[in-house]
Design a protein around this ligand. Structure first.
Ligand SMILES: Cc1cc2nc3c(=O)[nH]c(=O)nc-3n(C[C@H](O)[C@H](O)[C@H](O)COP(=O)(O)OP(=O)(O)OC[C@H]3O[C@@H](n4cnc5c(N)ncnc54)[C@H](O)[C@@H]3O)c2cc1C
Length: 358
């Protein structure tokens, strides 16, 4: 006879930035709740590990802008309360055709206070004809893996962590969900929050998630072998959905551009930067910052889940016992606090403050 399964009030599956913030949010709302956070790897080893970690105050849709604004307030409060955490406020310059100004004004949050500027960033020797520059407030970047690990360490006394433990099956019932774990053990949970990052196709939940219509896309960010100077700003290329980020904590710049390789699998995606990635990225960067383009030779490659129409997903499934959160489409750091709060909103036993809790 198999041993009785252990029980937890809420199991959070996936200990990336979203799973960690969800566990934190649950305990902030209901401190006595028993929470188990499971990951088949170590905390912060998924998309979180390779994240560029840029937050900029914008969103392509009203929903994303709402999530971004809520998350921005959360991170600002967290940075104020815990300046030791690896969150680094940053100045921001946006570069775009002048004709894109109405689109910029719609996409950026009012909190960004977007305003035109004349002065070129030192990395951009000249603007293409018909282009303008704007600066705005509210930008920051983080070492996302370090942040997830430090926040998880704070949670250790209150959360049961199960690292190196994969969930291999999920069986929702009327009163609880049964999770089968690698190694043959089982866990029952009143509710399960699934925060699997790009691992949408895991056998335990592939069929459950398929109707959500999320897909997985490769993300490539190149490392630029040039040291940022103190005070260097993030430079956002609005129309190309690309950015340059002074990675002060690592001593080099990072250039993120939009790679269009869809339907990749996190289990098999190659972490190497390919010649095609370098060619695409350099061609774009050469238009604006030729010296930095010449210094791109390496980088980071992984993938992320994207919701339909580019909007992140927080959905109650299996009669409400399972909540899926994620598919933030390359913005899973900057939207994570608001997604964690919405996931907690869908667990009926938890109280519902309307603001993400720091
Ligand atoms: C190169 C790159 C650059 C990026 N830059 C930015 C950026 O500048 N700004 C931004 O906001 N976002 C950025 N992102 C996106 C962001 O990093 C992700 O959206 C975010 O980290 C996702 O976090 P998560 O917790 O949802 O998922 P993940 O961090 O992927 O965590 C999911 C976890 O689930 C675990 N798991 C999977 N299957 C199982 C299973 N069967 N059992 C148990 N555990 C399982 C995995 O091991 C993993 O640890 C970037 C992503 C990449 C790859």
């Amino acid at each position: 006879m198999s041993p009785a399964a252990a029980h937890t009030d809420i199991a959070v599956v996936g200990a990336g930035i979203l799973g960690v913030l969800t566990a934190r949010e649950i305990l902030a709302r209901a401190p006595g709740t028993s929470v188990t956070l499971l990951d088949r790897d170590l905390i912060g080893s998924g998309a979180t590990r390779r994240s560029a970690g840029l937050h900029f105050p914008r969103g392509a849709s009203a929903t994303t802008r709402e999530l971004a604004a809520e998350s921005q307030r959360f991170y600002a409060d967290l940075h104020a309360a815990r300046p030791d955490l690896p969150i680094h406020p940053l100045e921001m310059t946006v570069l775009a055709p002048l004709a894109s100004e109405p689109a910029l004004r719609e996409a950026y949050l009012p909190e960004a206070k977007l305003r035109p500027v004349e002065e070129l960033p030192p990395q951009v020797p000249a603007l293409p004809a018909g282009y303008g520059l704007w600066e705005g407030d509210g930008c920051q970047y983080a070492d996302v893996q370090g942040l997830a690990q430090q926040l998880a360490a704070d949670l250790r006394p209150a959360v049961a962590f199960r690292e190196g433990v994969a969930v291999t099956a999920l069986e929702p019932g009327p009163d609880e969900v049964r999770l089968t774990l690698s190694g043959g053990a089982a866990l029952t949970a009143g509710h399960v929050v699934l925060a699997p990052g790009p691992w949408l196709a895991e056998p335990a939940w592939a069929a459950l998630l398929a109707p959500l219509g999320a897909r997985v896309k490769k993300i490539v960010a190149l490392h630029v072998d040039v040291a940022p100077a103190p005070g260097d700003r993030a430079i956002v290329f609005h129309d190309e959905d690309a950015f340059l980020l002074p990675f002060h904590h690592r001593g080099h710049w990072l250039f993120s551009y939009t790679c269009q390789e869809w339907d990749v699998d996190p289990a098999t995606v190659h972490p190497e930067v390919r010649a095609g990635h370098l060619d695409e990225a350099r061609a774009l960067l050469r238009r604006y910052a030729p010296d930095l383009a010449a210094a791109c030779a390496s980088g980071r490659v992984f993938c992320d889940a994207y919701g339909p129409r580019g909007t992140a997903l927080v959905e109650a499934l299996a009669g409400g016992r399972i909540v899926f959160a994620g598919a933030a489409g390359g913005s899973g750091y900057r939207l994570a606090p608001a997604l964690a709060a919405r996931a907690a909103d869908l667990i009926p036993a938890l109280p519902r403050p309307r603001k993400a809790t720091t």
